[in-house]
Ligand binder design. Structure first.
Ligand code: ADP
Length: 160
């Protein structure tokens, strides 16, 4: 069975993430959406548990499961028997960082491949940070996140 991991902070999950996860699920036998809790990014809006719950609400493919991890991604890949790490590539701005990560992971654990799927044109400039920015100013995030979690994001933003 070919297992792939889709890692990320998913703070919160966007339509860009959903697209990559669903496409990965069409290619691999099983996909693990791995909500990382040790991101070097700024403090997250949602807790890991909340981020996992939001992913769960948006993804309905039977061969996708959700997990969390706060260690080195390649160690999780080794333990889970994953053959691939699937990443979405947006504009060139993603490339340097993602290429560096892919080479590092390859040298740490040669048995895992990093597979890049290009973002769809409409998701090219979509990021979790952009969703938070728009939402914090009361803008409409309807074309950026699945409808089923839109209210959860507005509610969270209001309670801050
Ligand atoms: P972000 O970069 O938005 O903070 P994450 O760290 O959660 O999101 O990203 C997890 C993965 O999802 C990365 O591989 C990233 O490139 C990919 N990704 C994020 N947004 C998009 C998008 N709009 N389209 C395609 N892939 C995306």
């Amino acid at each position: 069975m070919k297992i792939a991991i889709c890692p990320g902070s998913f703070d919160p999950i966007t339509l860009g993430h959903v697209d990559i996860i669903e496409r990965a699920a069409d290619i691999f036998d099983q996909v693990i959406v791995l909500v990382m809790s040790n991101s070097a990014k700024e403090k997250s809006l949602f807790t890991v548990e909340e981020r996992m719950a939001l992913v769960e609400k948006c993804i309905h493919k039977p061969n996708v499961k959700i997990d969390t991890y706060n260690g080195l991604l390649v160690n999780y890949a080794k333990d889970s028997g994953a053959v691939a790490i699937v990443k979405g590539l947006r504009a060139v701005s993603d490339f340097d960082y993602e290429f560096q990560m892919a080479l590092t992971n390859k040298s740490l654990y040669p048995d895992v491949e990093t597979v890049f799927l290009s973002a769809r044109a409409q998701n090219m400039f979509l990021s979790s940070s952009m969703v938070k920015e728009v939402c914090s100013h009361g803008g409409d995030i309807g074309s950026f996140v699945p409808t089923c979690i839109k209210q959860d994001i507005y509610n969270k933003m209001q309670r801050r």
